[in-house]
Design a protein around this ligand. Sequence first.
Ligand code: FAD
Ligand code: AMP
Length: 481
Amino acid sequence: MAKSFEIVVIGGGPGGYVAAIRAAQLGFSVACIEKHINKDGDAALGGTCLNVGCIPSKALLDSSHKYIEAKESFKVHGISVKDLSIDISAMQDRKDGIVRNLTKGVASLFKANGVSWLKGAGKLLAGKQVEFVPAEGGDAETIAAENVILASGSVPVEIASAPLKDNLVVDSTGALDFTDVPKRLGIIGAGIIGLELGSVWRRLGAEVTILEAQEVFLPMVDQLVAKDAIKQYKKQGLDVKLGARVTGSEAEGNEVTIAYSDNSGDQQLVVDKLIVAVGRRPVTENLLAGDSGVNLDERGLIFVNSYCRTDVPGVYAIGDIVRGPALAHKAMEEAVMVVERIAEQPVQLNYDAIPSVVYTHPEIAWVGQTEEQVKASGEAYKVGTFPFAASGRAMAANESVGLVKFIVHEETDRVLGVHIVGAQASELIQQAVIGMEFGASVEDFQLMVFAHPSLSEVVHEAALDVDGKAVHIAKRKRKKK
Ligand code: FAD
Ligand code: AMP
């Protein structure tokens, strides 16, 4: 007899595996179809994030940060290090071990919750039927589902001007597996992934040039913060060239010659390795039968409403294959929303309060609108900023770089956006997320008590600065009360 489940999930990344676990917790019979085979040749859950995304990149960022700290920052504390070196293969083994542990951990969670993991490829057919093709071979099966959740994620975009080549021209996945530090490293795209990978290899000694077609650096980030960040990156030796569009490349021998054009005309750059980090595209090929009834939008994403429902009742889509930021935590929360709504719980997701982070050093983190966006909307607004340089805790930690910026509605005092560049911005931003989720006014941030000394005080002072009330900084315009 054909298998049947109350919920079938296609894809076992942060969207899919969280949906499957939450569904099992709520008592649904659930199967998750995942086709990925990892470097060890084993079937693995966890998707892009755990296997070739968030987690391995953060492992390398942390290792390389420790190395550069020891090399450049320990001396200020009076610590000297002799014969400092880094063993790239040990660093990579550590990263691979973390990935192995976490992906196996998801498999254990499936077991503990009673989720059936079907190892192979899934395709949505008409009438909420799902075709399953086992990875180990054998006949395709048709599975009946009361509900289907599509969570097939995304893959790197490839461009004709820089086709991938062996170990020379790689995407983000290849860049996580370098076995030595390239002397000259080129990166196409100064987005989050390009900046993070560039930081890893720069810290370990590569000369890094990032070519970015756009004139504006990180347009989704408040430009005061983005400008502060690029200043820091340049100091670290990351050569970010804006307005530089790659038009062609030739990989020959051990070198890649990149052709790009900028305001001064046609240029050339020769590197030992090139990373193509120009964005990601949704995986929808081989996912939908012609008569599945699910439609794509004009960008090739699966069309869904604000509750992630597709055009077919009982079929949902979440994560990188639908609109919204391509972030693991957004995929996970969409997963929870969809499953709980299937269970008739009236939950929803606040898309206005999703934080984003660039895990460089300093980190960049933000939530809500930029000053540029608020200005363009015509709303009356006020801003407050505060530098890490004026924080005692930041000074003690030798982390005096960066700033926090609040953008606040002039009349209602509602916080519209918070943008941070500085140490631990990824942790600090959560204060703003929690505040915004609870509809906090900037006065709420001003009146709260922050532990002293802590980096969080920079958030407090930036909120105070919105009304000219920051204490630990001189020469600020004061507002009369
Ligand atoms: P995915 O994680 O892509 O998972 C989809 C899964 O579906 C895959 O395992 C795939 O094998 C499987 N699949 C596809 N089609 C089928 C099919 N037909 N049948 C069966 N299985 C199928 N995000 C963050 O929030 N923070 C970060 O720090 C961060 N860092 C990143 C760093 C890098 C280098 C990269 C590349 C990405 C990073 N991301 C980060 C983005 C994050 O990885 C994605 O947003 C997230 O993984 C999306 O989750 P998902 O479940 O939608 O899809
Ligand atoms: P993201 O989508 O945030 O990962 O960023 C990818 C970046 O790559 C974007 O900022 C694009 O402008 C940039 N990009 C895309 N194509 C090219 C190209 N041919 N040359 C230089 N930069 C590019």
